[in-house]
Design a protein around this ligand. Structure first.
Ligand SMILES: C[S@@+](CC[C@H](N)C(=O)[O-])C[C@H]1O[C@@H](n2cnc3c(N)ncnc32)[C@H](O)[C@@H]1O
Length: 360
């Protein structure tokens, strides 16, 4: 089967309608990753003034969730620099990303580093991070959240599920695992070039638990069940559902460490922090407080619309009315199923800090 390039999606549009900021669940694990980023900002070697300090945000999307971590890193840097030393932030994503929305948010949102520190500057790169996209030795601090989950290339449609983690087909699982290993290797290799000597990169992405669990089971069950309902009602065909594929993978701790074996170094990088843990399900936390099952279902359905439905709708072609109907039915079906039996979602997350050697 021919390989198909993945158009990494912007998180700014869905179903032809503009979306606002990412849903709350997208911030799972953010606080602890921000602490790692602040720690990196406190210790990374800095250029002497007047040269700018460069922060790169890999897979920025709308930029909304990057504001807090970057503002925190800038505040930590300010403990070491004069207020006038410039910080240049570069937000990277694929060319399809809605950079207009991103720049607007960065200019207007009170959480934005631009509003908090007058010596910060913003810029963007519209290219895949599976290649070198910034000059060698130019980046002092790197940040990447919830972006590496997405493969650069889809090996094949999955067929028996929308997510390879839940496929029963060994050949398909092996092909996706090879692609995931390749993508991680490339991502690390190119960041190894871009980071300055002593530079640090904080990565947060979806993971597999030690038991191989990708998590989000009740959500995936609700999606698969709703799809079956739509097939029964001839809203979509069984063939279309077979083609629906999410180009996403989780990785185990060992998968993240693989490019660094056996020496512990790769492209002058080493891992100074690697942790896989179950992040808090903030939507279930909210449900515990308000006992509002409908809101629980709707929040998860919103999350799904934001992160997955565009990819699934690709199997339906370009007819905007069909796509809209699909979005509405999926959202309602997922929300109703989850509201009927609210359950905590397991959310395996990986957090890493990579550090570049200072010299040689
Ligand atoms: C789910 S959003 C996360 C956005 C933001 N980092 C956050 O924490 O909410 C994932 C983003 O990664 C981007 N992305 C995925 N693959 C990419 C690639 N190969 N190169 C650059 N960006 C990519 C997507 O376009 C999308 O904007």
């Amino acid at each position: 089967m021919p390989e198909s390039r993945v158009n990494a999606r912007s998180d700014a549009t869905a179903g032809g309608t503009r979306k606002k900021s990412p849903p709350r669940q997208h911030a799972a694990g953010l606080d602890s990753a921000i602490k790692l980023f602040e720690q990196a900002a406190r210790t990374v070697p800095l250029p002497a003034a007047p040269y700018p300090i460069v922060i790169a945000d890999y897979g920025a999307g709308s930029g909304h969730n990057s504001m807090r971590p970057i503002a925190a890193a800038v505040a930590a840097l300010r403990g070491r620099t004069r207020p006038a030393q410039c910080v240049l932030v570069t937000h990277t994503d694929t060319a399809e990303n809605d950079f207009t929305t991103m720049f607007r948010g960065l200019a207007e949102d009170p959480e934005s580093y631009l509003r908090k520190d007058s010596a910060t500057f913003t810029s963007a790169v519209g290219r895949s991070f599976y290649t070198q996209i910034l000059p060698s030795n130019a980046v002092h601090l790197g940040w990447s959240a919830w972006a590496l989950v997405r493969l650069g290339t889809v090996p094949m449609p999955i067929g028996d599920h929308i997510a390879v983690a839940y496929s029963g087909d060994d050949r398909t699982r092996a092909a996706y695992a090879r692609q995931a290993a390749h993508d991680w290797h490339e991502f690390v290799a190119f960041r190894g070039r871009e980071l300055s000597p002593g530079g640090r990169l904080v990565v947060m992405t979806m993971a597999l638990g030690d038991d191989g669990d990708f998590g989000y089971r009740p959500l995936f069950d609700a999606v698969m069940d709703t799809l079956q309902e739509l097939v029964a009602e001839r809203v979509v065909s069984a063939d279309e559902v077979k083609r629906m594929t999410l180009p996403i993978v989780g990785r185990r701790a060992a998968d993240f460490a693989a490019p660094f074996a056996p020496s512990g170094r790769f492209e002058k990088l080493s891992i100074s922090h690697l942790e896989v843990f179950d992040a808090e399900d903030v939507i279930f936390g909210q449900y515990r407080k308000d006992k509002n099952a409908d809101a629980f279902g709707t929040r998860w359905a919103d999350f799904c619309r934001f992160t997955a439905l565009d990819d699934l709708a690709d199997a339906l072609g370009d007819d905007p009315e069909r796509r809209l109907q699909f979005f509405e039915r999926m959202h309602a079906g997922i929300a109703a199923r989850l509201a009927a039996a609210p359950e905590q979602m397991r959310i395996p997350v990986a957090q890493l800090v990579l550090e570049k050697r200072q010299s040689g």
